[in-house]
Design a protein around this ligand. Structure first.
Ligand SMILES: [Cu+2]
Length: 149
């Protein structure tokens, strides 16, 4: 008898947790970085962030770019460790997020799980895509509790 009531309790607890979590999960948005331009040389992603934001925790960013071929530049996605590295496009301590192949097809999806500044850059050509190609942007997700839609 005791086992059965604790099972019921667990089931009730799970149901309650799902009730609390599900509306939030269903509100998370998915953004294709750069929209129709996708992840490419010369597009102003800083403007794109201003236009699309604010971003919230659990929203996702989808990076879409073709794998390297004879006519297309290779791109990638790196995360810079801090603002200084981001400003100078210094890739030495950067963390690889998606390699040159991972933007193909439906793209590479990055879920914004943490409420911290995310410094995204393209790491190709020793940082030239970051410095000259404007392939860089910062996203700092707000708490999902702040979402008012
Ligand atoms: Cu690039």
């Amino acid at each position: 008898m005791e086992g059965k009531s604790s099972t019921t309790l667990v089931a009730t607890a799970i149901a309650l947790v799902m009730l609390v979590l599900m509306p939030e999960a269903s509100h998370a948005e998915r953004f294709v970085v750069g929209d129709a331009a996708r992840w490419t040389w010369g597009y102003n992603y800083t403007d794109w962030v201003i236009k699309k934001g604010p971003f919230f925790q659990n929203d996702s960013l989808v990076f879409m770019y073709d794998p390297p071929n004879a006519t297309v530049h290779a791109h990638s996605v790196y995360m810079m460790r801090n603002a200084a590295d981001y400003q100078s496009c210094n890739l030495k301590a950067a963390k690889l997020v998606a390699n040159v192949m991972q933007g193909a097809g439906s793209g590479y999806e990055f879920v914004l799980k943490k409420r911290k500044p995310h410094y995204f850059v393209c790491g190709e050509r020793g940082g030239i895509h970051c410095t000259m190609g404007q392939m860089k942007f910062i996203v700092k997700p707000k708490s999902s509790a702040c979402r008012d839609d």
